[in-house]
Design a binder for this molecule. Structure first.
Ligand code: NAD
Ligand code: ZN
Length: 271
């Protein structure tokens, strides 16, 4: 009986997705759990082992940049050792194939971006094979990373931002990464507690106003203002479809809420 209900709900969610025009896909740490990355609030969550709330602040960085970089170095290594899973890839394919699909993520692991790059490469290879010209076709539709990315840095002096994947040497302040332009200390390009979310959240809210549907995957929907993106879609007349093994504050307002893991459910919704 339970399976029957589940499969009916999956069909209902698939119909909503296929009928939607513009769509926002809001993701959180749960989508990367199936790639082996710990969520924050789960039993093995990062917040259990580190006092993240005390490390992920501008004050902590001003006081002890070495310690903060050490923690981000560990998180970088964890993220770099993971691969995008079937959910990241299915969503990247959807975004590259359909107009009006925006992926908005709270994650800083860069896995949506890597999935977009893999899909763009897949497509350009297929295109190149068809057209016999080996050009990259630029179909990567990059996600909006609301909280920044572990693999980007920002200069504490000149403000320059750029990609940075090299291992972090946090032996001392002198070995921490330095700006390629002005040699000042770099910081992770992450939105820390007490900092504002910048342009990405404005773009996300703008798209939410226009969206017919918000697919919410793997977020506890308690961190604001990200969680309110789904509510903006609903208030503007759109529907919410949720994928999460546990109920969340969005469950009661979702048109369909599917209990299960992202890598298992998401590919079947968007295929
Ligand atoms: P969260 O830890 O609060 O919630 C994770 C959610 O994922 C939970 O509701 C859980 O039930 C669900 N979940 C667990 N396994 C799942 C699976 N296999 N498939 C689908 N869902 C699953 O995470 P959040 O809501 O993203 O909250 C936020 C904060 O944590 C954000 O600020 C984010 O930047 C940060 N964060 C990011 C990462 C990352 O980049 N991967 C990891 C941990 C935390
Ligand atoms: Zn600089």
């Amino acid at each position: 009986m339970r399976d029957e209900i589940d499969s009916r709900e999956v069909e209902q969610a698939k119909d909503l997705l296929s009928m939607a025009g513009a769509m926002i896909i809001l993701t959180g740490a749960g989508i990367s759990a199936d790639s082996g990355l710990a969520t924050f609030r789960g039993a093995d969550g990062l917040w259990r082992n580190y006092r993240a709330q005390e490390l992920a602040t501008p004050e902590a960085f001003a006081e002890d940049p070495r310690l903060v970089w050490e923690w981000y170095g560990i998180r970088r290594e964890a993220a770099a050792s993971c691969e995008p899973n079937m959910a990241h890839l299915a969503l990247a394919r959807l975004a590259s194939e359909r107009d009006g699909v925006t992926i908005v993520t709270q994650n800083v692991d860069g896995l949506h971006t890597r999935a977009a790059e893999m899909v763009a490469l897949e497509r350009s290879t297929a295109e190149a094979a068809r057209m016999e010209r080996p050009e990259v076709d630029g179909t990567a539709r990059l996600p909006l990373e609301l909280h920044g990315c572990l693999f980007r840095v920002r200069c504490t002096q000149c403000g320059e931002r750029y990609g940075h994947r090299e291992p972090i040497n946090a032996d001392s302040v002198a070995t921490l990464p330095a700006c390629r332009s002005c040699a000042s200390l770099l910081r992770p390009d992450i939105v820390w507690f007490g900092e504002s979310l910048g342009a990405a959240i404005e773009i996300a809210f703008g798209r939410a106003q226009e969206a017919d549907l918000c697919l919410v995957v793997g977020t506890s929907a308690v961190v604001q203002p990200a969680a309110s993106i789904a509510m903006v879609v609903r208030q503007a007349g759109g529907k919410i479809v949720e994928v999460n093994p546990e109920p969340t504050p969005l469950t009661s307002v979702a048109a369909v809420s599917l209990r299960g893991g992202a890598a298992e459910l998401v590919p079947s919704l968007v295929s």
